[in-house]
Design a protein. Structure first.
Length: 382
């Protein structure tokens, strides 16, 4: 039997990207490598140097997976000043190579922060359809306080370059989203937001454009109203389209130098989703249009055993912080059964990432025993 795996490193199935490569990256990488080779260098420099050597086809260590910049990532690099390039490579190398090589240091390469766990949609492929998650009495979902958000950002700043504001809920519904974006602005080279764009009014559009985002993803799976509403239950394509159009006009008019790469990304769940149709509708409004693979999030705990025994890369790539401060290794486990704990007076993000619960979970995966842990044994993510 063929086992369908969700390969997190290659989750984009199709992408159409505006060509943005006016400034070829290779000479910039070569200049950076010369500078680093002349420096004495600590851990940060060593990681960046390895990234440069790989990109210049002169790897320092042949035993490690090779690092490369895929075209849609190169667009992000093209928009960065040279002074930010080392931080970007530090992020991207750790994000891609560390999970593949099972390398670990004291902080996750990427932090996924949930400004709110609440969502106005009930997409057919999403865990928001599970009433165990959404019933208020169960207490899984809520709004992150601004104080907690500041604490997360303060600990991440300088340790991690990739922070995504999104997880189980719709971030633009968060009560303090404007203040959160303002607080995180300028602190991370790869600040990202995923949104369904339903609440993308002018105030929030300005907050996003002022936040110096690296990537802004509009989660949209269809180019026809009927299909859109069938997949994105409670959503209407015309409102989302109008919001994204208004965002694009505002950006063009008032933020022409914003580096943010915008992407319409849909979950590929079946027939009728055509990338050419998507490009026709969205291509003039955003930098990239893509389809990503589907993880069966909506029924995680009822899935049959997946048969996958390869370790899950997310255990080396990302850590999630829920709205109430609970930390989790992933959002496939949306009910937090794998949670190593909570950000509180006793535990920091770093202590949880390097702590015993995470260590034991990684060990089970490395030993080929993820089937003994729920829901990892039912999950197809590698
Ligand atoms: S459920 Fe387990 S295997 Fe699946 S993404 Fe989460 S940690 Fe990885």
């Amino acid at each position: 039997m063929t086992v369908h795996t969700y390969d997190k490193a290659n989750s984009i199935l199709e992408i159409r990207s505006r060509d943005g490569s006016a400034d070829p990256v290779r000479p910039r990488i070569a200049r950076l490598r010369s500078r680093l080779a002349a420096a004495s260098g600590g851990r940060f420099d060593a990681v960046v140097l390895r990234a440069c050597e790989d990109l210049l086809d002169e790897p320092i260590d042949d035993s490690l997976p090779r690092f490369a910049l895929r075209p849609h990532v190169q667009v992000e690099v093209d928009r960065l000043p040279d002074s930010w390039l080392p931080r970007y490579l530090f992020y991207r190398y750790r994000y891609e190579v560390y999970p593949a090589a099972r390398l670990l240091d004291d902080f996750p390469p990427c932090l996924q922060v949930e400004p709110t766990g609440i969502c106005n949609y009930r997409c057919v492929f999403c865990y928001q359809t599970d009433q165990v998650l959404t019933a208020p009495a169960n207490g899984h979902l809520g709004m992150m306080s601004l104080d907690l958000f500041r604490r997360v950002i303060d600990e991440a700043e300088g340790r991690c370059e990739a922070v995504t504001l999104a997880s189980r809920g719709e971030p633009l519904m968060a009560r303090d989203i404007d203040a959160m974006l303002a607080y995180a602005a300028g602190k991370f080279v790869a600040l990202k937001v995923n949104t369904n764009a339903w609440f993308l009014d002018e105030r929030r559009a300005r907050a996003l454009l002022d936040a110096d985002l690296n990537t802004l993803v509009f989660s949209v799976d269809a180019a026809e109203p009927e299909l859109y509403s069938r997949l994105r239950v409670n959503g209407k394509l015309d409102r989302v389209l109008a919001n994204v159009e208004a965002f694009a006009r505002l950006r063009e008019r008032e933020y022409p130098r914003a580096r943010v790469v915008t992407r319409v990304a849909g979950v590929r769940v079946g027939d009728g989703q055509d990338i050419a149709d998507m490009e026709r509708l969205w291509g003039g409004l955003v930098d990239q249009v893509a389809f990503v693979d589907h993880v069966p999030w909506e029924r995680t705990y009822e899935q049959p055993p997946s048969g996958v025994d390869a370790p899950c890369s997310d255990l080396w790539r990302r850590m999630f912080v829920w709205a109430d401060g609970r930390v989790n290794p992933c959002d496939v486990d949306y009910l937090s059964t794998l949670s190593p704990g909570r950000l509180d007076d006793n535990d920091s993000l770093m202590s949880l990432w390097t702590g015993e619960r995470y260590r034991a979970l990684r060990q089970e995966h490395l030993a080929g025993r993820r089937d003994r842990t729920s829901p990892c044994g039912r999950c197809n993510l590698v």
